[in-house]
Write a protein that binds this ligand. Sequence first.
Ligand code: IMP
Length: 431
Amino acid sequence: MATVVVIGTQWGDEGKGKVVDLLTARADYVARFQGGNNAGHTLVVAGKKIILHLTPSGILHPDKVCLIGNGVVVDPKVLLEELDRLQAFGVAVAPERLVISAYAHVIMPYHRLLDLAREARKGHSKIGTTGRGIGPCYEDKVARTGVRIHHLLDEASLRRRLEAVLDEKNFLLTHYYRQEPVDLEAVLDEYLGYGRLLAPFVGDVSTCLNRAIAENRAVLFEGAQGTHLDVDHGTYPFVTSSNTVAGNACCGSGIGPTKIDHVVGIMKAYTTRVGGGPFPTELFDTTGEHIRTCGGEFGSTTGRPRRCGWLDLCVVKDAVRLNGLGSLALTKLDVLTGLPVVRIAVGYRCDGAVLDGLPAEMERIERCEPIYEEFPGWEEDLRSVRRFDDLPAAARRYVEAIRDHVGLPFSIISVGPGREETIVVKDPFAS
Ligand code: IMP
């Protein structure tokens, strides 16, 4: 058995939900380790669609244990609503199947208010956050003023925590952002209520995972967002507030780096991004529109239209290095069907030099001109293809060109949203 980390190689929305759902069949445990309900993983099972924001996608498989690690920021209201939606979907989540780390930080009402107020104040230079309070919650964690899940289980400690932070939060909200203040008693009441409902699920994720690994059980780590939204390695400041790279699977769940066996990088057959920030291969024409429409490229968390563009291998190659990827999973290849030609950026021209990765400085990324390779498109519907050799020749050539440039094999190629619409080249758990 093995531990496998699944990571997005681009700017998120690579189709990780489907791949995780697929790989979950091979896993005993599925863990999230960073991000919060800024993520949205869309899953289609037996023609029915469900979007999960916080619960690991593995929850749809009845015999798997799902874990929310210490590195995740949890909005308890959203989590409880999600558990209700799962119930309505026919998936009852018993406490034996979901463990939430007592160490995970909690998104509080003032985090959401500050996130929205800040973005509104920034105007044109806004990050385009999901408005879920993610950044302010991580700020409090690092500032050592955060509320953790265990605080919700103990009235006295939650009261002490709120008394310590609310003065400053309310000062900021009222005097700087001209918002209404947050009422301590109301927040205390509401969050103790969430604590009572979540208590049966709260546990020690690190111990649980280490025990599972010692017992040779298969563990899947489900990354959220993508490599280039990583707060250290991404297109800063247009990033999220957590480390999205594979290394954080360890910090964010409480296992050591020697326990990871394989990292799969999920890459979409083209590139998208939501929110602001540089995007060298972005398309502003009818091809971009075609990709957006055919790919259903609208945010699963905010509904915002995603910015769409050609596949950028500089972005993917950076992700190979930053995550120590062992294989790739290609998603949404079917979306490119019908385009007369398809292009791949294999490098950039920037200030007279040729680059093969994203530079650090935002202004330089904005001056990067993609160097494209062009391939003939294909007209055939791919969704019924189950073997690589049965792909139309032009689609095969496109996939082979990616593999050759990136220098990694594909373990999975997805040709449609359904679980079965997949070519499994090699099982990552057998790597
Ligand atoms: P935040 O994570 O809400 O603070 O947003 C910061 C940036 O990350 C914004 O550009 C968001 O659009 C982007 N972002 C956050 N979560 C996701 C995701 O799951 N997919 C794609 N983009 C995301």
